[in-house]
Design a protein around this ligand. Structure first.
Ligand SMILES: Cc1cc2nc3c(=O)[nH]c(=O)nc-3n(C[C@H](O)[C@H](O)[C@H](O)COP(=O)(O)OP(=O)(O)OC[C@H]3O[C@@H](n4cnc5c(N)ncnc54)[C@H](O)[C@@H]3O)c2cc1C
Ligand code: FES
Length: 286
């Protein structure tokens, strides 16, 4: 006899599709195509999330996009999201101003292993906008700096003009208890720093490959080469975590849009250990 559909599951699923109404408390232009929005709930709730999780942001009348939290998880009061304008939905979200409304579903997904990394060295490796989903984990580690070994933040960006969170990077760089190394693909006349890809920073960062957790976020090609460079240092694949991106629809493991081998990126990810995905990740077309 066929199994009866579980009414509880169906009701939960329907709830999960209903966005909560949030209001834009502040909008800050980060780069020519990238904006950071502070969103506060209209219902006065205090949203809680883990670093690495994402929300589905709904621009009314246009559509939804998966966007990671980029703010301090302990700040309370709302969500911070950094959005790059690449298409219809992200353009509508990027165009919002203080006071505008937006729909929010979430938080969804598995986050960075911030607690598991306690006692170990930590390497954050970000490419471009990939620094946004890593930033909540960086805040957590810096807030509890004494719980970790050496901490390195390695950041690669296209050009000095494309550098996300430039002032914050500079303030992190002033700290004596972390290593911050930045590189650009293309320098300009003012740039006197590193030129080249982020893998070059991995090779000279100081960490103990036998006891390090690496968290990597950026374009897939960057993550592929960074994971390989980390592996070359002797770091185990199970200690390297990547944040995966696929087109999302339901965000709760129902529609199959984000399938990645046997996993769904929306519920089994987006943060996944490299040993779990390395084989499929090596196939570019998946
Ligand atoms: C878990 C997760 C977290 C994300 N976090 C952020 C974030 O913090 N900030 C941010 O700006 N964006 C983030 N994204 C990407 C964002 O969801 C897409 O850029 C957005 O859906 C694009 O929608 P659009 O309608 O504006 O563009 P579309 O018209 O849908 O697409 C424009 C271009 O982007 C490509 N694209 C669309 N969606 C994706 C995707 N998910 N991955 C790769 N390429 C895509 C399309 O192929 C096309 O080339 C995240 C995606 C995921 C899955
Ligand atoms: S977005 Fe529907 S299963 Fe992941």
């Amino acid at each position: 006899m066929p199994a009866e559909p579980d009414a509880t599951v169906e009701l939960c699923a329907i709830d999960a599709f209903a966005p909560e109404i949030y209001r834009v408390a502040a909008a800050q232009q980060e780069l020519h195509d990238t904006v950071t929005l502070e969103l506060v709930p209209e219902n006065g709730a205090r949203p809680v999330f883990a670093p690495g999780q994402f929300n589905m942001l709904y621009a009314f009348g246009v559509g939804e996009a998966a966007i990671s939290m980029s703010g301090d998880p302990t700040a309370g009061g709302g969500y911070v999201h950094t959005v790059r304008n690449v298409g219809a939905v992200s353009a509508a979200i990027s165009g919002l101003k203080a006071g505008d409304q937006i729909g929010v579903r979430g938080p969804f997904g598995a986050g960075w292993p911030v607690a598991e990394a306690e006692g170990s060295d930590v390497v954050f490796a970000a490419g471009g906008l990939g620094l946004a989903p890593l930033r909540p984990a960086i805040y957590q580690v810096l807030k509890h700096r004494e719980r970790y070994g050496r901490v390195a933040i390695l950041f690669g960006t296209r050009s000095p003009g494309d550098m996300l969170y430039r002032q914050e990077l500079e303030s992190w760089r002033q700290r004596l208890d972390i290593e911050v190394d930045v590189t650009v693909d293309h320098a300009d006349a003012e740039w006197h720093g590193n030129v080249g890809v982020v893998t070059g920073l991995v090779r000279r960062a100081t960490f103990d490959p036998a006891d390090t957790v690496a968290m990597v976020c950026g374009p897939e090609v960057m993550m592929r080469f960074t994971a390989a460079a980390l592996g070359d240092t002797g770091l185990a694949a199970g200690s390297i975590y990547l944040s995966m991106e696929r087109n999302m629809k339901c965000a709760i493991g129902l529609c199959g849009h984000c399938q990645f081998g046997p996993d769904f990126i929306c519920k089994d990810g987006p943060v996944m250990a490299y040993d779990r995905i390395a084989e499929i990740f090596a196939l570019r077309e998946v």
